[in-house]
Design a protein around this ligand. Structure first.
Ligand code: PA5
Length: 320
């Protein structure tokens, strides 16, 4: 994990080249991104980045009934063997929508070859959640080639920010505050993908529960949980200066009210462009979870429970 974090800027530079060679013909009116766990993250982040685009994220066996020939569907699986994603692939074939597979091999790559579906070959050897730029950037490059986004300068800014900024001190400070606490991460609804990726980092790297919530919804229900002063929460509010002004008002007032019973830290997303904010803040979250895992004596790379689960469930789907 340490090597992956130390080499994160190098991964970003590698990621920015992926998918550039995929030039699709056709006009697409919506984008669907299918993927589970770490490989579901790129879909959430695409929604956060291209918030004015019609993007659906599928984390299940079934694609929406509304998928049709004008849908562009990305199938993302780091291993290439995740059965929910393979199920979506087969449904996409039946519907006849344009698909693009993204994996480091596996059955997904084989199926893409067999059915002549464009495929992005992602380098092996990463934990899927750390490898999200290797999955997200090719999606952006394919969309850029279609004229649907203009992400090339944003990718460059994200790479430069991670290359040049030092988040270590900030990350260590926050990790120390989180010892023995339940992390709760709040953001605007638009930045849900980022907040949720922070949650995944605490779950998988530290093996602790973590919760996520979004404004404005949390002010209508979750706020009430803070009436209970006994819960060992540490709340982190992710602020994006581009959040809608009433969301900012809500963040400020929520912080004031919940500070009576919970510890609250505000985190301002760094960078000018949205992609730089997304990538750099997730990097900060990964470092925090890494230092927290270290202080707890937990191996952040151990995902044996998920692996055992997959084994016990069996590979019935793969042989179909
Ligand atoms: O972080 C992980 O290892 C998991 O969340 C996986 O990403 C998830 O199980 C899906 O596997 P894959 O990424 O190989 O499709």
């Amino acid at each position: 994990m340490k090597e992956a974090l130390d080499g994160f800027a190098i991964q970003l530079m590698e990621a920015k080249k992926l998918g550039r060679d995929i030039h699709l013909a056709g006009h697409f009116n919506r984008v669907v991104v299918c993927g589970m766990g770490g490989s579901g993250v790129p879909g959430d982040l695409l929604k956060a980045y291209a918030s004015d685009m019609d993007v659906d994220v599928v984390k299940n066996y079934f694609i929406p009934r509304s998928v049709d020939k004008r849908t562009l569907m990305f199938l993302v699986s780091y291993s290439g063997n995740t059965e929910e994603t393979l199920s979506c692939f087969r449904q996409g074939l039946r519907v006849g929508c344009q698909m693009v597979g993204i994996s480091s091999g596996g059955k997904l790559q084989e199926l893409c070859r067999q059915y002549r579906v464009p495929h992005v070959d992602v380098p092996k050897g990463y934990q899927p959640r750390i490898a999200y730029p290797l999955q997200l950037f090719p999606i952006l490059n394919v969309l850029e080639n279609l004229g649907l986004v203009s992400s090339a300068p944003d990718i460059d800014e994200a790479v430069d920010l991670v290359k040049n900024a030092d988040f270590t001190g900030h990350a260590r400070q926050l990790a120390a505050l989180l010892v023995g606490k339940l992390p709760i991460i709040y953001s605007s609804e638009r930045m849900f993908g980022v907040a949720n990726r922070w949650r995944i980092a605490f779950l998988e790297n530290c093996k602790i529960f973590a919760a996520v919530g979004v404004f404005p919804e949390i002010d209508h229900n979750e706020l009430l949980a803070y009436a209970n002063p006994r819960l060992p929460f540490h709340v982190m509010i992710l602020h994006d200066e581009d959040d809608y002004r009433r969301i900012k008002d809500r963040m400020k007032l929520t912080k004031k009210l919940i500070s009576r019973t919970a510890h609250v830290t505000e985190i301002r997303l760094s960078g000018k462009g949205r992609l730089a904010k997304i990538v750099s803040s997730i990097f900060l979250g990964d470092l925090i979870s890494f230092y927290l895992a270290e202080s707890m004596g937990v191996d952040p790379t151990d995902i044996s429970l998920v692996e055992d689960f997959k084994k016990q469930l069996g590979s019935g789907y793969l042989s179909l």
